[in-house]
Design a protein around this ligand. Sequence first.
Ligand SMILES: CC(C)(COP(=O)(O)OP(=O)(O)OC[C@H]1O[C@@H](n2cnc3c(N)ncnc32)[C@H](O)[C@@H]1OP(=O)(O)O)[C@@H](O)C(=O)NCCC(=O)NCCS
Length: 247
Amino acid sequence: MRKLHPLSIAIALVLICLGALSGILLIAWAAAPWLPSSDFRGLILTALAGVTALAGVLAVYRLFLAIFPLEAGEVGDNLSASFRYEVHQMFYLMLFTQLVRSNLLPVPLLRVLQVALGARMGENSYFGGVVYDPSFVEVGSDTLTGDGSLLTPHMIEGKRLAYYPIKIGSNVTIGARAIILAGVTIGNNSIVGTGSVVTKGTVIGDNEIWAGTPAKFIKKNLAAAAAAKTGPERPKSPRRNQEVEML
Ligand SMILES: CC(C)(COP(=O)(O)OP(=O)(O)OC[C@H]1O[C@@H](n2cnc3c(N)ncnc32)[C@H](O)[C@@H]1OP(=O)(O)O)[C@@H](O)C(=O)NCCC(=O)NCCS
């Protein structure tokens, strides 16, 4: 892994502290004067301050991304090329990764958090596992990623750092503990088997079941295809991983 530049670390830490502090001050200003003194006053204020501190950090993070948007592709290792990615990584290393991995948040709240972090999700779709870099993740409706699954649009391979979007269609099931790597596209009504690894840049079509490590085409998801009436079946030629050209 590359060493982060000290300037990126310092700026990320300042932004995180600013966000958290503004959330805490907001509660001190807006709620503290109104809360009656009781045995629970301190507890309630601390809980509210925790939530608004997180909201403050989220707001600062999104503002940073609006000013310095992350783009897909290889990231150079000089400061000017990697600054925005390093600040983004710091937010994850210091806070967001612990939060999404903690299992503290109920799955519907995890969805709210991932959307707040930049994931694009259709209705009734949920992440049962971890998603890194949600601004590179797009999911249709009625899709579930299973318990303990991992979606990772970033590639850290030695000194190499790159980001490629993960696109998942509607009515897709990603099996428990499956891993989806950068640049993967998964079509509507498809299933990835439990514990599978879908390697970089793989393209899974509509109505397909893939499984294994590395994941390979197993069979058509005929039931889903019929239910969705998505048109004619694809030919039964052997499926192969299709690497995205740039990988
Ligand atoms: C992939 C899956 C959909 C296949 O189920 P199925 O259609 O009933 O198919 P079968 O169990 O008959 O398996 C078909 C073949 O795939 C293989 N296979 C099934 N699941 C596999 C997996 N997770 N990894 C590797 N191979 C797998 C079977 O060994 C079988 O191979 P064979 O034809 O050589 O004997 C199912 O095994 C699965 O993993 N579902 C995901 C469930 C899940 O995790 N949901 C989220 C919960 S939070």
